[in-house]
Design a protein around this ligand. Structure first.
Ligand code: HEM
Length: 227
């Protein structure tokens, strides 16, 4: 086995290594969300701009670009989830029957919320890919295949319960982000007493932008601002 493969194994087998993996993959996912939001906000510029953007994504590097992005994202998502599950399990094992003191129960409370919001996000991503990428609904498939991604998104949000599911999932995603983004700095040792407040405020501002931006789309469609 080469030296670099060994270093990767060592990283995976240590607790701090797994935390670093969660943080680094978290950065990739956080950047993806910002990029995905910026693209989706083109819905407000009209069908032509949004469809041109969708076409650009699919034709990048002669069609290979979107697959490279998918592989990178999927790898990061799997590593993020598996490393987190391993950390939670080894944390529980090392705590044994502990939960006696208040500090421990507060910490386990917040990580429990992170796990549940994380699992909901996974379910949401699965639904979302079937909805807009695979397009299991034949009406959406027809529009998407004709290159009208704008009409596909509008039609996809015609149902109030689909829109409500998106809004609830995005809210849970943001609850996950509000805790996760600040934790990245802590894990990577970038948080100091001087910048702690700035990091907290920055994480909150990023989360608020993500929430408002994504949630605004089903709302705007429901209230007829986009059609
Ligand atoms: C209002 C909110 C959203 C809208 C309108 C939206 C729109 C879309 C559309 C149209 C696609 C299909 C792109 C294509 O293949 O042509 C897509 C793909 C995707 N979206 Fe979203 N999205 C939203 C929220 C989210 C959120 C919150 C996440 C992350 C948790 C997310 C993650 C993804 C992923 C992973 C893909 C698959 C990319 C691919 O492989 O094609 N989306 N989205």
């Amino acid at each position: 086995m080469s030296k670099s493969t060994c270093s990767l194994c060592q990283l995976w087998h240590s607790s701090i290594g797994k935390k670093i993996i969660v943080a680094l993959t978290g950065i990739v996912l956080v950047c993806f969300l910002a990029g995905h939001l910026a693209g989706n906000l083109l819905m407000y510029s009209g069908a032509e701009a949004f469809n041109a953007y969708a076409e650009f994504l699919h034709s990048m590097l002669h069609g290979a670009g979107v697959w490279i992005a998918r592989i990178v994202l999927l790898t990061c998502l799997v590593l993020h989830v598996v490393a987190t599950i391993c950390l939670v399990r080894s944390n529980r094992e090392s705590k044994g029957q502990g939960y006696e003191n208040e500090k421990t129960s507060v910490a386990s409370g917040s990580s429990r919320i992170m796990i549940w919001s994380g699992l909901t996000i996974l379910f949401f991503i699965f639904f979302h890919i079937l909805h807009y990428t695979v397009r299991v609904d034949s009406e959406l498939a027809g529009l998407g295949d004709n290159g009208d991604a704008y009409a596909m998104v509008i039609l996809g949000f015609q149902s109030w319960y689909v829109s409500l599911f998106y809004i609830i999932s995005i809210t849970l995603l943001c609850s996950h982000l509000s805790h996760g983004v600040a934790s990245i700095f802590q894990t990577l040792g970038l948080r100091t007493r001087n910048n702690a407040q700035l990091i907290e405020k920055g994480a909150l501002a990023y989360t608020a932008i993500i929430w408002i931006g994504f949630v605004s789309i089903p709302f705007a469609i429901y209230f007829g601002l986009l059609d």
